[in-house]
Write a protein that binds this ligand. Structure first.
Ligand SMILES: [Mn+2]
Length: 385
C-alpha cells in the first residue's frame, strides 16, 4: 500500500520579510510582488505533490494538519486551494491542525470550501477510525480547538484494539512529540512512549505527523515521521520542502523523501573588516542560484570605513533587486562604521565645510555615534555630487 504523507501547507500564509523591510539604507527596497509569488509557490507545491501521487499510483494523499494558515483565510485562498486540489485525481484526506482546528469557524467546513471542494477530497474532522480504502484505515486525531488539553494522538491510540488481520492502519496526528520539545509543559504534547507501544503491538503501522515544518524521522522507530512543510516557511527549518512517499506493509515502511518545494530561506554570517571581505560577500550573494525564490538573512559583524560602508549599502541594495528578500538580522549583527583618513580626503572639502568635517571626524574617531552618522550622511551626499 502506497500513500503520500504531507502536512503544513499553510495556504494563505504571508511572510513579513517578503517585501516588508529592505536592508538598512538600501536605496532599492523590495516590492510586494515577492509575497504574491510566495503564495503561488505554496499552491504550486500542492499541485506538484498531487502530480507525484498520481504518477506513483498512491492510494491517497494524507495531509496532517495546517492545510490553511488560519480559519480566517479569505475566500480567494480557499478558491485557489480547491483549484490546486482539483488538479490531480488521487484521493486526499485533510486533517484539521492547530492553525485550522475543527471548531465552529473551521475553514474546512465553511460553505465556500464545501461548495468548491473536489469530490476526491475528504475532511477528517471526526476523530477515530476511517476506512479509506479496502483493508486500509486512517485513525484521525484532528484538533478540535486551538488549545487542546490532552495528547490527542495518545487519546486515539488508547481507544484502539490491534488492527484486524489484513488491515493496515495509519495514524494521522498533528503536534510536537514530547521528545522533541521536552521542557514544555504543554498538555497537548504527543507522548512518544505511547506511540512506540502502539506500533509495537500492531494497533497502528505508521504514525503520520504534522506541525514540525522540518522533515523528521524518529530514531527508534522510523515509522514515526514528520513530513515537514512542502514549501519552506521560515529560516529555522531543517530540510523543508519535501513530501514523503510511503510504501507500507504490516512489517515496516519504505519511505522516499521527495522534494517538491522551490523556495529557499538562507542565513549567511559574514565578518566585514576590509574591501576583500566586501568582495567576498558580493561574490557569495552573486553565486546564489534562483535568487527570485530565495530570501536571505545576513548577520554582519566587523568595522568598516565610511567608504566601505557606502560600498556595502550599495551592494546590498543591488542584490535586493534580484532576491525575494535581503534582510539584515539586527540582533546578530554588529557593524561599526569608523572613518579613516582616506574618508576625510575623499570628501575633498574646502573652507568652512572642511573645518566642520574635520570636527565631525575627530568626534567620530572618539566613538561619538551621532558624529559617525553625520559623517556617513555627509560622505553619501558628497559622494553623489
Ligand atoms: Mn504548521
Amino acid at each position: 500500500m502506497r500513500f503520500v504523507h504531507t502536512a503544513d501547507w499553510q495556504l494563505g500564509m504571508t511572510r513579513r520579510i517578503l517585501g516588508a523591510r529592505p536592508p538598512k539604507e538600501a536605496a532599492g527596497g523590495l516590492t510586494g510582488e515577492a509575497q504574491a509569488r510566495f503564495a503561488q509557490a505554496r499552491l504550486d507545491a500542492v499541485a506538484e505533490l498531487g502530480r507525484l501521487a498520481d504518477e506513483r499510483d498512491a492510494a491517497f494523499v494524507l495531509v496532517c494538519g495546517d492545510v490553511f494558515e488560519s480559519n480566517l483565510v479569505g475566500p480567494d485562498v480557499v478558491a485557489r486551494a480547491c483549484e490546486a486540489l482539483g488538479s490531480f485525481r488521487t484521493p486526499v484526506l485533510l486533517l484539521p491542525g492547530n492553525h485550522d482546528p475543527a471548531d465552529a469557524a473551521c475553514v474546512l467546513r465553511r460553505p465556500d470550501f464545501a461548495r468548491r471542494c473536489p469530490a476526491h477530497v475528504t475532511v477528517l474532522d471526526a476523530p477515530g477510525v476511517h476506512e479509506v480504502a479496502p483493508g486500509v484505515e486512517v485513525v484521525a486525531a484532528p484538533w478540535r480547538s486551538k488549545h487542546p488539553l490532552t495528547d490527542l494522538v495518545g487519546e486515539q491510540l488508547a481507544a484502539l484494539d490491534p488492527a484486524p488481520p489484513g488491515t493496515l492502519r495509519v495514524l494521522a496526528g498533528h503536534g510536537e512529540l514530547d521528545v522533541l520539545d521536552p521542557d514544555d509543559d504543554e498538555p497537548a504534547r504527543i507522548r512518544r512512549d505511547g506511540v512506540l507501544a502502539a506500533l509495537a503491538d500492531g494497533r497502528v503501522h505508521y504514525v503520520a505527523l504534522g506541525d514540525r515544518h522540518s522533515t523528521w524521522t524518529d530514531a527508534v522507530d522510523d515509522r514515526i515521521r514528520h513530513a515537514g512543510t512542502p514549501e519552506v516557511t521560515d529560516f529555522d527549518e531543517v530540510d523543508p520542502g519535501n513530501v514523503l512517499v510511503v510504501d507500507l506493509d504490516r512489517h515496516g515502511a519504505q519511505v522516499a523523501v521527495e522534494p517538491v518545494g522551490r523556495w529557499r530561506f538562507l542565513r549567511h554570517d559574514a565578518r566585514l573588516d576590509a574591501d576583500g571581505d566586501l568582495d567576498a560577500l558580493d561574490a557569495r550573494l552573486a553565486a546564489v542560484p534562483d535568487k527570485e525564490r530565495t530570501a536571505i538573512r545576513l548577520a554582519l559583524v566587523g568595522t568598516l570605513s565610511l567608504r566601505q560602508r557606502g560600498r556595502l549599502d550599495d551592494l546590498l541594495a543591488a542584490h535586493a533587486h534580484a532576491f525575494a528578500a535581503v534582510e539584515i538580522l539586527e540582533q546578530h549583527s554588529d557593524l561599526a562604521t569608523v572613518p579613516d583618513d582616506a574618508d576625510l580626503d575623499d570628501l575633498d572639502l574646502h573652507g568652512f565645510a572642511a573645518d566642520a568635517a574635520a570636527e565631525l571626524f575627530a568626534a567620530a574617531t572618539s566613538d561619538d555615534a551621532e558624529a559617525r552618522d553625520a559623517l556617513r550622511l555627509l560622505h553619501r551626499l558628497v559622494g553623489s555630487r
